[in-house]
Design a protein around this ligand. Structure first.
Ligand code: TYD
Length: 203
């Protein structure tokens, strides 16, 4: 392999995308494929501002301003982490990317397609965007049983709108993954959706 790939994991909270991102990293590790795992929001200056918003709520900040925070965080991530890794031929696995911005900030009344297009003016377009789908009711149950406190972004009707936007994305790099079944069953679905990118047998 002589170039890096960008594979992103997207979907509402509780779909299991973060776990699947980790399982794919393990598969790549076992096969000695150079890779890096990243996540947005990051732990940088903008990412930490966003995390405060998640725990304290959105009051006092407009959807447009919220959007700009996620975009600033991403610009920093691209410059510091994503581009250098791609340039050194690594596979970059991302837990959330600009499809999350289009879906979550789009669900606040902004135009999702416009957000996606604006991001694509500065953000490398992923080779594959895996969008995990599970019913929002199940996702909320999973979140409630695994955490003490829900974030300000985790309300049923909001998540339903977010997921509807995720479902509306089209393009040759988009793959939907029904995240029902065991972890290993869903992992197999992930491998099936990305194996054509690699010269190796990942299964
Ligand atoms: P999440 O992946 O849950 O982070 P962590 O597991 O580290 O807490 O992301 C936090 C929240 O941020 C999640 O509810 C989705 C939201 N989000 C957006 O609203 N827009 C974005 O562009 C991104 C990347 C995330």
């Amino acid at each position: 392999m002589n170039r890096g790939f960008l594979i992103v994991f997207e979907g509402i909270d509780g779909t299991g995308k973060s776990t699947q991102c980790r399982l794919l990293a393990e598969s790549l590790h076992e096969r000695h494929v150079p890779h890096i795992s990243l996540a947005e929001p990051t732990r940088g200056t903008w990412g930490m501002k966003i995390r405060k918003l998640l725990s304290e709520g959105r009051e006092g900040i407009s959807p447009q301003e919220e959007l700009s925070w996620f975009v600033n965080d991403r610009r920093e991530d691209i410059e510091r982490n994503i581009m250098p890794a791609l340039q050194s031929n690594k596979v970059v696995l991302m837990d959330r990317y600009y499809f999350s911005t289009a879906a979550y900030q789009g669900a606040l009344g902004l135009d999702p397609e416009q957000i996606r297009l604006e991001n694509e003016t500065f953000a490398p377009v992923p080779d594959r965007a895996l969008i995990f789908l599970t019913s929002p009711e199940i996702c909320l149950e999973r979140i409630e049983s695994s955490r003490d406190q829900k974030s300000a972004f985790e309300k049923l009707d909001y998540l339903q709108n977010v997921q509807n936007i995720f479902k509306s994305f089209t393009g040759p790099n988009i793959r939907f993954i029904d995240s029902v079944g065991s972890l290993s069953e869903v992992h197999e679905k992930v491998l099936a959706e990305i194996e054509d990118l690699f010269d190796l047998d990942l299964k």
